[in-house]
Write a protein that binds this ligand. Structure first.
Ligand code: IPE
Ligand code: IPE
Ligand code: MG
Length: 248
């Protein structure tokens, strides 16, 4: 018999509850296409279709906050043609989201320096945020031209301006001041970050907020990451014991 006794059901770890905030790194579109002998753009199209499916599923499962990493500050380093394809897909899918997510009562927000995108995409982003603002269901954060370091740089600039204006002295800067200066300060940190595609890194995603997130890496490629894989990630999360540095 194992020396490690099994926990009784009533001693389940606290994280057995559904995570309030799930973050997804939507990675592996290119490899999905390559495996099928298709151009990378076909992988991005399949990935975008899957995005809609998983957003709906997460909302139906009762997730309160879902953050999706769609385009990083480093993704500009890809060939111009691929970046253009991605931008066209964002326009198409956000336009659809304007209509589609109404029934699901989903609020959509954007995280990232979106002013670097073409004006038509920026206008759409503003419309999507505005029309969904008062919805009371799941909040979906779409991370577009997002980088964790960029977010921290922006936060530091905000804080530096407050110091410069005399509103704050450096000694008054706390961890909370930094949290309050991020893109979505009113949202809880992600409980669970899931990365499909087999890569074992965060790639500049939610660097500050991930301090105590549970990380789940999966071998499946994003276009194949369905409700079953979503459930698998949640089940894995529910097995973890979150201690936050304390003893349990
Ligand atoms: C994720 O898929 C989409 C973006 C990063 C925009 P990738 O395009 O990174 O796919 P792989 O990792 O090359 O397979
Ligand atoms: C992370 O994927 C960014 C998004 C999924 C949007 P990448 O494919 O850009 O990350 P790396 O290059 O493998 O680290
Ligand atoms: Mg990738």
């Amino acid at each position: 018999m194992s020396i490690f006794k099994r926990k009784k059901a009533k001693e389940q770890p606290e994280s057995a509850a559904l995570p309030q905030h799930v973050a997804l790194i939507m990675d592996g579109n290119g490899r999905w296409a390559k495996k099928r002998g298709l151009p990378r753009s076909a992988g991005h199209r399949a990935g975008a279709e899957n995005f809609k499916k998983i957003v709906r599923y997460a909302s139906a499962r009762g997730i309160r906050y879902l953050s999706v990493y769609a385009f990083s500050t480093e993704n500009w380093n890809r060939p111009q043609e691929e970046v253009s394809t991605l931008i066209s897909l964002f326009i198409q899918y956000l336009d659809e989201a304007l209509r589609d997510f109404v029934g699901e009562n989903i609020r959509v927000r954007f995280m990232g320096e979106t002013d670097r995108f073409p004006q038509d995409l920026q206008d759409l982003i503003a419309r999507v945020e505005e029309t969904s603002h008062d919805r009371t269901g799941m909040t979906l954060n779409v991370c577009l031209n997002y980088g964790g370091r960029c977010e921290l740089k922006d936060a530091m600039q905000k804080i530096a301006r407050r110091v410069q204006s005399g509103e704050l002295v450096p000694e008054q800067i706390t961890e909370q001041t930094i949290s309050d200066s991020l893109y979505c300060p009113d949202e809880p940190d992600p409980d669970l970050i899931v990365r499909p595609s087999g890569e074992l890194r965060l790639s500049n995603f939610l660097l500050w907020q991930s301090a105590y997130s549970e990380l789940v890496f999966m071998d499946v490629l994003w276009p194949d990451f369905g409700p079953e894989q979503f459930d698998e990630a949640i089940a894995e999360y529910q097995k973890r014991s979150r201690r936050f540095g304390a003893i349990r």
